[in-house]
Design a protein around this ligand. Structure first.
Ligand SMILES: Cc1ncc(COP(=O)(O)O)c(C=O)c1O
Length: 375
């Protein structure tokens, strides 16, 4: 129950266990094309989908190395660990990173962002949909309104959002959006998925220099994405077919139903945590639906609790990331996770805390959670 990699359905595991096909076999080429078509529906875009071997970070690298040239200014909107990662990617590729920083756990302030974008000095700006370090969900829809009338490209990292929370790339004026296979999409790590629209392509076309990364040069990959019988580098055939199965599962459930399920997961788990007397780290009303990040109360050894949860009940949750180590824990509830998984997680948390002598009424949190599920 960590916030990725997440549980993978047996259907996806079966797809992964097929004999390895040639990357130009009809079966694989058709599967890749079908996966790319579903990817466009998932991102809700008419833009170009890319499905490549790599993790979420590859999508970040693809955005920066293709959309930006050396010396260009990039605005990195930061309110967590992953938001801050962008500046490193920008600087690695010779860009100039300007930071719009908010406290970890606070949402992006739209007024401040509007002012920054008004200066028109940025080639692109980056925003986290969900920052997995804090459990915050940023208002990517409202930010899209600010992006509508600027030349600055709007780049969104939805590694921990897409498939679990609404994201409407075209409607929200997002020019480049990326995610990874291992979170709310319910596939194993290894596939990087991203899309870019015509406005982003125009920037790629007008480059004076070649992209600063060879593998992820989008112009080299575009013909393969248009017709997966082509070749630039060997695709991870097994992972692509696993990804295809996960995408089919998403559309069998339906996007709206899936978003509603994740919203319910979030409300229910949060109610349980609060009934235990724990607070929630992200700002109220801005909690992601894909994970819950409770604050660890003073005097609670979260490492001990997590150890007991794993050893006695086989439940794995994550500790706080970076400077939030020991201050928060992170519980993922996304992708193929079910109500049963949430029940087992909260119950094991309560039982471990009871054993540690820290709560006296086990079942209270579980009861509060079940009331939300029963509504
Ligand atoms: C919000 C967010 N962005 C980017 C990444 C980087 O993705 P990856 O670890 O798949 O490279 C992660 C990883 O957890 C993430 O949660």
């Amino acid at each position: 129950m960590i916030p990725g990699p997440t549980i993978v359905s047996p259907r996806v595991l079966r797809a992964l266990s097929k004999p390895i096909l040639s990357h130009v076999s009809g079966e694989f080429v058709d599967g890749y094309a079908e996966g790319l078509a579903l990817q466009k529906q998932l991102f809700m875009t008419e833009g170009t989908p890319f499905m490549l071997s790599g993790s979420g970070t590859l999508g970040m690298e693809a955005a920066i190395s293709n959309l930006m040239e050396k010396g260009d200014k990039v605005l990195c909107v930061e309110n967590g660990y992953f938001g801050e990662k962008w500046e490193e990617v920008v600087e690695t590729h010779g860009g100039v990173a300007d930071r719009l920083r908010f406290e970890w756990g606070e949402a992006v302030d739209l007024k401040q962002l509007e002012e920054k974008l008004g200066s028109n000095e940025y080639k692109l700006f980056t925003v986290e949909h969900v920052d997995t370090s804090t459990g915050i969900a940023n208002p990517v829809d409202k930010i899209g309104k600010l992006a509508e009338n600027t030349d600055t490209l709007y780049v969104v990292d939805s590694v921990c959002g897409l498939g679990g929370m609404p994201l409407k790339m075209d409607q929200w004026n997002i020019d480049f959006c990326l995610t990874g296979s291992q979170k709310a999409l319910g596939a194993p790590p290894g596939i990087s998925l991203f899309c870019l629209n015509q406005k982003a392509w125009n920037v790629v076309d007008k480059r004076k220099t070649t992209p600063t990364d060879y593998y992820v040069n989008l112009k080299k990959w575009k013909p393969v994405m248009d017709n997966p019988r082509g070749y630039f580098a060997t695709p991870a055939v097994g992972n692509v077919l696993g990804m295809l199965e996960a995408l089919k599962i998403i559309f069998e459930e339906g996007l709206e139903a899936r978003w509603a399920r994740h919203k319910k997961f979030s409300e229910a788990f949060l109610a349980g945590v609060k009934a235990m007397g724990w607070g929630s780290f992200p700002a109220k009303g801005h909690e992601a639906h894909t994970l819950t990040v409770p604050k660890v109360p003073q005097g609670v050894d979260d490492a001990k609790m997590r150890g007991l949860m794993f050893q006695k009940y086989g439940v794995v949750i994550a500790g706080g990331l970076g400077k939030l180590g020991g201050k928060t824990v992170r519980v993922g509830h996304m992708g193929a996770d079910t109500v049963n998984d949430l029940v087992a997680t909260l119950a094991s948390m309560e039982m471990s805390l009871t054993e540690m002598g820290l709560i006296s009424e086990p079942g209270k949190a579980l009861g509060a959670m079940m009331k939300v599920f029963a509504k």
